[in-house]
Design a protein around this ligand. Structure first.
Ligand SMILES: Cc1cc2nc3c(=O)[nH]c(=O)nc-3n(C[C@H](O)[C@H](O)[C@H](O)COP(=O)(O)OP(=O)(O)OC[C@H]3O[C@@H](n4cnc5c(N)ncnc54)[C@H](O)[C@@H]3O)c2cc1C
Ligand code: SF4
Ligand code: SF4
Ligand code: SF4
Length: 504
């Protein structure tokens, strides 16, 4: 077994004043609600629920689940949930020094990276259903089968309510097959801490977005005596994450398919349909899909359903994960390895044949999509934080990474117009009106599209949405032939790169 991360001191103890709210008769959880939940800053990571020593919290709600007190239980003012919440504080640079020995330079968008790889997992059965190259699944199976961990904490579709995504612990290859792929709604993965504390001798890896990892890091760095169960998480894998939506997004996709009663659904996938559209199987044997490809659906609904916490997130690259994985090209993954443990795990998985990867140079200009997503994310976040500061509203503290948002905008008019669009997208009446428009019109509709993409160097409005190809309801099979073509494309890319290197 590997050793757990060494216990570290909480870094900015002074930033958290626990006396003010107590003087006003509030509990620590009341403070979390006032600072985060009531301010629409919660990103549903679940760490507050998972970490509570008296298990007095739960996630409550269907469309937009939020932490709430379990009826009949009381907060005992232990401060842990406030300390761990990634919306109360997020110390990307400071923790990077503690974990990986250095802070990233301003040019290192992906954090303090030691090694970068591009490639895929080798078990084709799982690779076919994975989000990209299945590197997360491949590395997870290696961690399990080499006995390094007893389980991998991640998320998957619920068996009893198949339109919902729930946290779970995967313990073997078959369970991995059932839980692979990306699910495009927020999931309180970290609430699973309540479960792992029951078996304190077991060790785990955790897969999550930046926010999940940051919540775990806050808890791991809490002052002694910190919560014991977070030391059971000895390895973390992060997803590159451009933004996320509350579970109400899934219900809207179902309504768009004409399914008003989710209980009719027997299977749901966010990207299983033609053109990577969402697809649902019904009890009566019918299979229905949304009109359009995944990108269009994300874009037409994003500003309406985007979690408030996600709009204030800068952590596209899950900067505090031992390894972060993203999409490199279709069915291929990119991996950023940051810690010594990450290097050891990646090398072990390569050697034992779990993954087939090449060291690669990640070219941000070549991967324009990621650069834009990263920049849009920061632009949106710092502009909204600045707006909250001006209105004296609570906001996350990114310490040294805070940047003057006016530098992102050509004029004050642009900034104000953007804020107006964001406001509009959050109004209930607007959501009701907009979601009744024909889907094609929603794709091309400038206001919603623009509220995220405006001035980011992308087309506006989404003309391809208005006039582009419509797909619906057909399942897309990833076959061996598809994977063979992906490998052929990868081989050509490798050859070109090798030629370029030998010429230079
Ligand atoms: C909301 C969201 C936004 C993303 N945005 C981008 C992006 O802009 N650019 C990019 O390159 N990649 C993005 N990704 C990551 C990408 O979709 C793949 O998940 C990643 O490349 C891993 O691929 P893989 O084939 O190795 O994963 P797999 O082997 O298929 O494993 C996927 C893993 O992701 C976990 N997972 C699925 N959904 C969630 C979720 N909602 N929250 C936390 N964990 C989850 C699963 O539990 C599983 O362990 C995003 C993922 C999500 C969930
Ligand atoms: S973690 Fe501690 S402070 Fe938070 S709700 Fe539970 S008892 Fe209260
Ligand atoms: S962001 Fe996470 S820790 Fe903070 S209130 Fe929401 S669920 Fe709890
Ligand atoms: S956008 Fe940020 S807060 Fe939201 S799910 Fe992704 S990493 Fe978490």
């Amino acid at each position: 077994m590997m050793q757990a991360n060494p216990p570290l001191k909480f870094l900015d103890e002074n930033a958290l004043d626990f006396q003010d709210h107590r003087r006003q008769g509030m509990t620590d959880f009341d403070r979390l609600v006032a600072d985060v939940v009531d301010q629409d800053l919660c990103l549903q990571c679940g760490v507050c629920v998972g970490i509570c020593p008296v298990a007095c919290l739960e996630m409550r709600g269907e469309e937009h689940p939020l932490p709430a007190l379990v009826q009949g239980r009381e907060c005992v003012d232990c401060t842990l949930c406030v300390r761990a919440c990634p919306r109360e504080h997020e110390y990307l640079e400071e923790y990077s020094i503690k974990l990986f020995g250095r802070a990233p330079t301003p040019d290192e968008l992906a954090g303090a990276v030691k090694e970068t790889y591009g490639g895929h997992m080798t078990d084709r059965r799982i690779w076919k259903s994975a989000a990209g190259g299945g590197l997360i699944s491949g590395l997870s199976i290696y961690l399990l089968e080499s006995g390094r961990v007893d389980g991998v904490i991640m998320c998957g579709m619920s068996e009893t309510e198949p339109w919902k995504v729930i946290p779970r612990i995967v313990r073997n290859r078959d369970e991995m097959l059932a839980n692979t792929s990306s699910h495009y709604v927020t999931v309180p993965i970290n609430q699973i801490l309540q479960q792992i504390r029951l078996e304190p001798h077991k060790k785990y890896a955790l897969v999550g977005s930046g926010c999940h990892i940051n919540g775990i890091r806050n808890a791991q760095f809490a002052p002694d005596p910190g919560p014991e169960m977070v030391k059971q998480i000895i390895f973390t894998m992060g997803l590159m994450c451009g933004g996320n939506r509350v579970p109400g997004y899934t219900l809207q996709l179902l309504r768009d398919m004409g399914i008003n009663e989710p209980r009719e659904v027997t299977k749901f996938s966010f990207r299983g349909g033609a053109g990577s559209s969402a697809i649902a199987a019904l009890k009566n044997g019918e299979v229905r899909g949304t009109l359009g490809h995944f990108g269009s659906d994300i874009r037409r609904l994003d500003p309406l359903y985007e979690s408030g916490g996600c709009t204030l997130c800068i952590d596209f690259f899950a900067n505090l994960a031992d390894i972060t994985i993203g999409d490199y090209m279709q069915k291929m993954s990119i991996a950023f390895v940051r810690s010594d443990l990450g290097v050891e795990v990646m090398h072990g998985a390569i050697e034992k044949g779990y993954v087939d990867v090449d060291p690669t140079i990640y070219d941000f200009d070549g991967n324009r999509h990621d650069r834009i997503r990263h920049n849009v994310k920061k632009r949106v976040t710092f502009t909204l934080i600045d707006d909250r500061k001006r209105k004296e509203l609570p906001h996350p503290d990114y310490g040294a990474s805070y940047r003057d948002p006016s530098s992102y905008w050509r004029s004050e008019f642009d900034r104000r117009f953007f804020l107006l669009l964001r406001w509009l997208a959050k109004q209930r009446w607007f959501r009701a009106f907009y979601t009744r428009l024909p889907v094609r019109l929603q794709w091309g509709f400038g206001v919603v599209w623009a509220s995220r993409q405006l001035f980011a160097g992308e087309t506006w409005p989404n003309w391809s949405g208005l006039f582009g190809k419509i797909t619906s309801g057909k399942k897309t099979e990833i076959t061996d032939q598809v994977l063979d073509k992906v490998l052929e494309r990868q081989r050509k890319t490798r050859d070109k790169r090798a030629q370029a290197v030998s010429r230079s």
